[in-house]
Design a protein around this ligand. Structure first.
Ligand SMILES: NC(=O)C1=CN([C@@H]2O[C@H](COP(=O)(O)OP(=O)(O)OC[C@H]3O[C@@H](n4cnc5c(N)ncnc54)[C@H](OP(=O)(O)O)[C@@H]3O)[C@@H](O)[C@H]2O)C=CC1
Ligand SMILES: CC(=O)N[C@@H](CCC(=O)OP(=O)(O)O)C(=O)O
Length: 344
């Protein structure tokens, strides 16, 4: 059994981690920590666990001491010191935040306004987009779990960029996220009266996921890719829809594009390329680790419109983190993650 610990376990992504890990046959959750709720039972915070997971929240030292696989689910800038201890003790570390996602410190400084405390540590980091970086993840000890928006976007574009069938290096992306994407702490935007019955873009041309998206898309394409990325806050609890607009090369047909997507993902359990004519929908990925992709063609402009949907808490955070843990421990990648979304 893998001895798992979670630091930052009182937050949404932490809670989603143990909700899923409780269904994992090879995992023993050994310790979970919180600064604000140390000594409280998890069911005091989240009553859904009452009688089934009555663990007490402890402190970060207990987690670091007793677990061999540590997940950090903390705000940006706090995970490095934990990764450092794990590295020294030979433990595996998955960061659900952004501290190990960017390849260059200058990007982290620019977008997250922090320096690296331990620059050498970042040479060991692997970007945890499971379907794309599977072989590196298997050998890694430090994983930067991808951001929720970047997961939906990079999976949506991977087949296209891998086969160089896009015409331009600039791609326009509109994404919409449910409010759990903003975490547990209230902000002006996530107050119920503010977001309910409303819908608005935010951080236009300035969202911190932009460098992560461009970095990963550029690696897939082996060329510089730029994005115009506009996130929106959707008044639902969970889910992300990214709608992506790409001009196709003149030499490639729409039928060939669809074929490329199907072939790329035919052996991937968690990525479902929908039949033509269907539209990817939040409802049918919620509470699952699926990424559903639908492809649409505007023949007038030889334009591809990709719709990519995930549950931000599962494939966009805790589910993908567990998928990565499974890879690191050479387990069945699907273990603990076989949930089918609700039918209606
Ligand atoms: N929500 C989502 O959809 C996704 C989230 N993520 C990332 O996962 C991480 C966790 O997100 P999420 O669970 O949504 O956020 P939450 O705000 O819900 O939880 C974060 C937790 O971190 C702890 N924390 C906050 N401030 C500090 C601090 N100064 N020192 C130590 N601990 C602190 C808090 O617990 P306590 O005070 O009890 O210790 C809190 O419960 C973030 O990096 C987030 O960006 C990634 C992908 C998707
Ligand atoms: C709706 C909402 O507010 N979403 C968050 C992003 C989600 C997230 O958690 O970002 P990381 O994966 O980088 O941690 C935001 O826009 O800041």
């Amino acid at each position: 059994m893998i001895k798992v610990g979670i630091i930052g376990a009182s937050g949404y992504a932490g809670a989603e981690l143990y909700r899923l890990l409780l269904g994992h046959k090879d995992v023993n959750i050994i310790a979970i920590s919180s600064q604000s709720y140390e000594g409280k039972m998890i069911s005091d915070l989240y009553p859904s666990f009452y009688g089934r997971f009555d663990m007490m929240l402890t402190n970060d030292q207990e987690v670091l001491e007793n677990a061999e696989m540590i997940f950090a689910s903390l705000p940006h800038g706090l995970s490095e010191k934990y990764a450092k201890v794990c590295d020294e003790k030979g433990k595996k570390f998955i960061d659900l935040g952004a501290d190990f996602r960017l390849d260059h410190e200058k990007d982290y400084q620019q977008w997250y306004l922090h320096d690296y405390q331990y620059p050498d540590l970042h040479e060991k980091q692997v970007y945890g987009l499971s379907e794309v970086n599977r072989e590196q993840i298997k050998k890694a000890t430090i994983i930067g779990n991808p951001g929720c928006y970047p997961t939906s976007i990079t999976l949506g574009l991977y087949p296209l960029l891998k086969h160089h069938i896009q015409k331009d290096e600039k791609i326009i992306i509109d994404s919409k996220s449910g409010t759990t994407g903003a975490g547990k702490s209230l902000t002006e935007d996530t107050h119920f009266p503010k977001c309910n019955e409303s819908f608005h873009p935010y951080k236009i041309a300035s969202h911190r996921h932009t460098p992560e998206i461009e970095q990963e898309l550029s690696k897939m394409a082996h060329q510089n890719i730029e994005v115009v990325f506009t996130p929106h806050l959707l008044p639902v609890n969970r889910g992300i829809i990214s709608t992506i607009y790409v001009s196709l090369k003149d030499s490639v047909s729409w039928e060939a594009v669809y074929d490329i997507y199907q072939k790329t993902y035919q052996d991937e359990y968690f990525v479902r390329v929908l039949p033509t004519g269907k539209v990817a929908d939040l409802k049918f990925v919620q509470y699952s680790n699926f990424c559903d992709i639908s492809l649409h063609y505007d023949a007038r402009y030889h334009q591809l419109i990709i719709v990519s949907t995930i549950d931000n808490m599962v494939k966009g955070a805790a589910g993908q983190a567990i998928q990565n843990m499974n890879l690191m421990y050479d387990l069945d990648e699907k273990e603990g993650l076989m949930m089918i979304p609700a039918s209606f």
